[in-house]
Ligand binder design. Structure first.
Ligand code: NDP
Length: 316
């Protein structure tokens, strides 16, 4: 058992990322029931929707699960009150200052993990009292760091700098990349894109099929002057690229983005005009599978790769 398994009380240090429009209670409970840690992505949920999702998740699994709250969410007080009231055991925060909520959540016995994309923010998260950090590299889908540090460079740097355990994210989708993350110093992995392409993901079927069809080079980091986000190529992404090439400022990009693009793309299946947030690893995903099968493939593959390795840090 390593520190991440102990911290969350889970069999496998495999975390399913909280993803707006893609990770509701069906996916989170399926992953937790298989022995990993499932996360409900609260960023796209109105407060009453999150309440309903947590209640359903608790009914569907007796195992630990988490909620991911992007700290720039507009109704954050309501989300946090619901999380505390309903006894969610673990919260992953992202996109904001970890000092804002960590102490409050911890005073209610909640374990807190913050997502970072640099050593600087990892140290801030540790100073804020988090129990672990997710070090998420450039390959990841959705919101991303401005510095473009890759998982290969970020994870060892963050692992060296921190005392709390590190969960690696960005570009991880199979057993080989899980083992690589452990070799880089992580004690857990957070996987998003592969779980988008599962039966239980709440993403639109057309988006899941687009993820399976994606090839190497089909994603790019867009909207850097606004909020950097990795998107699959489509008509919308091309409009953004053209505007960026002309030197568009953040106001122009914000107008082009409008409201609800992520919902339109990932939840409603508008593959041309919606935002399709996915990681580079989508190029390697070739099937829509049950979430339990994904976890099983990762664990079996990992165990076969580490057979004969004697260092206990690799054994789980
Ligand atoms: P937009 O402002 O474009 O749209 C808001 C969307 O969120 C709408 O689709 C709306 O649904 C839904 N929503 C849910 N709760 C609320 C609320 N309390 N107030 C307003 N709208 C709400 O934002 P985005 O879709 O780009 O992002 C939504 C959230 O997800 C943000 O908190 C953002 O930080 C987070 N996010 C996280 C990402 C990640 O990678 N982790 C990536 C992108 C966004 P409806 O259409 O039904 O009104």
């Amino acid at each position: 058992m390593n520190r991440i398994q102990n911290l969350f009380g889970i069999a496998y240090p495999i975390v399913q990322a909280g993803m707006i429009w893609c990770s509701g209670w069906e996916l989170a409970s399926a992953v937790s029931n298989t022995g990993g840690l499932g996360i409900i992505g609260a960023g796209s949920m109105y407060p009453e929707v999150l309440r309903d999702q947590i209640i359903k998740c608790k009914a569907a699994t007796a195992k630990p699960f988490a909620v991911n709250v992007p700290l720039l969410y507009p109704s954050i007080e309501e989300h946090m009150a619901t999380i505390i009231e309903l006894g969610v055991p673990i919260v992953f925060t992202s996109a904001g200052n970890p000092r804002a909520w960590t102490a409050h959540l911890k005073s209610h016995g909640i374990r807190v993990v913050h997502v970072v994309s640099s050593v600087k923010f990892a140290l801030k998260a540790q100073a804020a009292g988090v129990d672990a950090v997710v070090a998420e590299g450039f390959e990841a889908g959705g919101h991303n760091g401005r510095e473009e540090t890759t998982t290969m460079c970020l994870v060892p740097a963050v692992s060296d700098a921190l005392d709390v355990p590190v969960i690696a994210a960005g570009g991880i989708g199979d057993a080989r990349s899980v083992l690589a993350a452990f070799a880089l110093g992580a004690e857990g992995v957070q996987i998003g894109s592969r779980f988008v392409a599962t039966i239980e993901s709440s993403a639109h079927q057309a988006f899941k099929e687009r993820v399976v069809a994606a090839n190497e080079g089909d994603t790019a980091l867009r909207l850097k002057p606004l909020t950097p986000v990795r998107l699959l190529d489509n008509a919308f992404a091309q409009k953004v690229a053209a505007a960026e090439a002309e030197g568009a400022d953040s106001e122009t990009l914000s107008e082009l983005l409008g409201r609800g693009r992520a919902k339109r793309g990932m939840f409603e299946g508008d593959l041309e005009e919606g935002e399709l947030e996915i990681g580079q690893v989508s190029g390697q995903i070739d099937a829509i599978q049950p979430a339990a099968r994904v976890v099983e493939e990762l664990v079996n593959g990992y165990r076969s790769l580490t057979k004969g390795m004697s260092d206990p840090k690799f054994q789980w």
